[in-house]
Design a binder for this molecule. Structure first.
Ligand code: RP5
Length: 170
């Protein structure tokens, strides 16, 4: 199956967090491809992956990087596809450096920036799915079903809490 989402990360050390993007997409039956490619260490390769993505059928690109995280911005400069950025906490600044580098794009080159770390990586996958769902009714139905499951889980947790609170204290 050709990938609909391209996942890029600056280092293999980013995969522990960025695998959350893949997991979220797998849950929704959306094919993805993941590569290590750095804005600084492999600039030509990164530009090439970004330029070729749309022609290969990719619909959304998700980039995760830490430290001086220019990956998402560089990719957004080279592609017209929607680019989502996940800042990673891989330096002494715990991701604040990557967050600012990813989110503070100059006007004209948009990067949709998610939260630092695993929550941001999962949300990047879910947001990519919502973007794809706009033009794919099957994916839209899967997104809807997943949201219904999440609602049911929260309601079950509240019901359990209410039961505990109502129980006589021993
Ligand atoms: C960034 O530098 C990468 O995205 C990674 O988060 C960080 C550290 O990379 P390694 O030194 O572990 O390869 O470019």
């Amino acid at each position: 199956m050709s990938p609909r989402v391209l996942i890029l990360m600056g280092s293999d050390s980013d995969w522990e967090v960025m695998s959350e993007v893949r997991k979220a997409l797998d849950e929704l039956g959306i094919a993805s491809e993941a590569h290590v490619s750095s804005a600084h260490r492999t600039p030509e390769r990164t530009a090439g992956l970004a330029r070729e993505a749309a022609g290969r059928g990719v619909e959304v690109i998700v980039c995760g990087a830490g430290a001086a995280a220019h990956l998402a911005g560089v990719v957004a400069a080279e592609s017209e596809l929607p680019v989502l950025g996940v800042p990673l906490a891989s330096s002494d600044l715990q991701g604040l450096d990557a967050l600012l580098a990813t989110v503070q794009m100059p006007a004209g080159v948009p990067v949709g920036t998610l939260a630092i770390g695993k929550a941001g990586a999962r949300n990047a996958g879910l947001l990519a799915a919502r973007i794809i769902a706009r033009g794919d009714a099957e994916v839209a139905a899967r997104v809807r079903a997943q949201r219904a499951r999440m609602t049911a889980e929260v309601e079950a947790k509240d019901a359990a809490l209410q039961a505990r609170l109502a129980a006589p204290q021993g």
